[in-house]
Design a protein around this ligand. Structure first.
Ligand code: FES
Length: 166
């Protein structure tokens, strides 16, 4: 077999230094653009997986901005995370219809199955558990999502088998 025909992704093997170097390249690329902080944070999160304090400090230093400004932007937007995230994100709807029809029970059952609280990630980094506001599927409450897939009329007794698919 010709080994040259196989291209393996090295992302998983990338060292911390290599990740920081890549983020530095992104910062250099965006340095002179106005409103560059949000795109830089997006790219940095894409490369590193999340935005720990030492990475925010690195970005702040490279941009000559105070850490408080970089940290403030990171915590203001919900799509940025300062903690490691799971491979899969489970979001349970706790809008009124879902709440009334058992959304809370789903949260409790998932906490028990995964062994984490809301906002936390499992030790094996497989799942992050979150809650969300109404997603417009109220007629089929209670609803939840795993990544981009929507689960409607969720039965707490079926949760284990749903989770197993991931
Ligand atoms: S309240 Fe859950 S989808 Fe609307």
């Amino acid at each position: 077999m010709n080994n040259n025909s196989i291209t393996l992704c090295r992302c998983m093997e990338e060292t911390e230094e290599e990740k920081f170097r890549r983020i530095e390249e992104v910062i250099d690329e965006y340095r002179n653009e106005g409103g560059n902080l949000i795109p830089i944070l997006h790219m940095a999160q894409g490369i590193y997986g999340y935005l720990p304090l030492e990475l925010l400090q690195f970005i702040a230093d490279k941009l000559g901005k105070p850490l408080s400004e970089v940290y403030g932007v990171t915590t203001f937007y919900s799509f940025f995370s300062t903690k490691p995230r799971g491979e899969n994100t489970i979001r349970v709807c706790l809008g009124t219809a879902c709440y009334v029809r058992g959304g809370k029970k789903i949260v409790e059952k998932l906490k028990q199955i995964l062994g984490v609280d809301v906002g936390e990630t499992t030790e094996d980094r497989k799942f992050t558990l979150e809650v969300m506001r109404c997603m417009g599927a109220c007629g089929l409450a209670p609803a939840m999502t795993i990544n981009d897939k929507v689960y409607k009329q969720v039965n707490p007794d079926k949760l284990e088998s749903i989770i197993e698919k991931y």
